[in-house]
Design a protein around this ligand. Structure first.
Ligand code: SF4
Length: 230
């Protein structure tokens, strides 16, 4: 994750809750999250369009019950403690001795990723469900459209910490109201739907040019004194 600032410190003091869907973008790149959720820039490509359609299909499923599992789709979620809110694609409620245990399921178009963006989004849903139901949510699942498989995700301490750190980091950016500068990383930026708007290579290049120009000016100043600039 490309956090630029300090982490931790609990829920940011914001007027509006942070969208849970923003957290996946914040894990991927804080600048991307700011562009989409603060500056409201959105560049839809084929992948994001397919992902959006998949979520709409998941939300369209009516709530139902089978084999002791109640299934609810498009469920609104919120956590006052973390100041986040969103909508769960699907939540299954399995009957247990002390009552129903929530099991969030997030639908994704692609396949499992090397970063933890999808898991953080799922974990945020789990944290909301815990606060809303008073029941511990030990795990959830991500269904990937490309592999057509459900991946079980334990909501362990490390993932919970990463999720809360992501909320803090993105909340700090919203409070500050400043979109972070682009940092070019080939593996990340080449998969980013906002690359044409963000132009991270141009920014990196201009920063490099600026640095080179500054070095030349300092050297000229040291060599020729003020005459060099008159
Ligand atoms: S192009 Fe790179 S730096 Fe820019 S928003 Fe996307 S991931 Fe972030």
């Amino acid at each position: 994750m490309c956090f630029d600032g300090k982490l931790g410190g609990g829920a940011p003091q914001l007027d509006d809750p942070i969208a849970i869907s923003a957290l996946q973008h914040a894990v991927f790149c804080l600048r991307q999250a700011a562009l989409i959720h603060i500056e409201r820039v959105w560049e839809e490509n084929l992948l994001t369009a397919e992902g959006r359609v998949m979520h709409e299909v998941a939300h369209r499923d009516a709530s139902r019950k089978s084999r002791g599992v109640r299934r609810s789709s498009g469920l609104p979620l919120a956590s006052k403690r973390l100041n986040i809110s969103g909508i769960a694609d699907v939540v299954e409620f399995e009957s247990g001795p002390g009552g129903e245990i929530p099991f969030p399921i997030e639908y994704k178009r692609g396949r499992p990723k090397v970063h933890r963006a999808d898991e953080v989004q799922l974990c945020a849903q789990g944290l909301c469900l815990e606060e809303m139901t008073g029941r511990v949510v030990p795990r959830g699942a991500i269904f990937y459209g490309e592999t057509k498989r459900r991946v079980i995700v334990p909501l362990d301490g490390e993932l919970r910490q990463l999720t809360e750190d992501t909320v803090s980091a993105f909340g700090a950016i919203i409070l500050e109201g400043r979109t972070p500068r682009a940092v070019w990383k080939r593996s990340r930026c080449s998969a980013c739907s906002l690359i044409e708007i963000c132009r991270p290579r141009d920014m990196a290049k201009s920063a490099l040019e600026f640095r080179q120009r500054s070095i030349v000016e300092v050297l000229e100043q040291e060599t020729f004194g003020d005459e060099a600039f008159s």
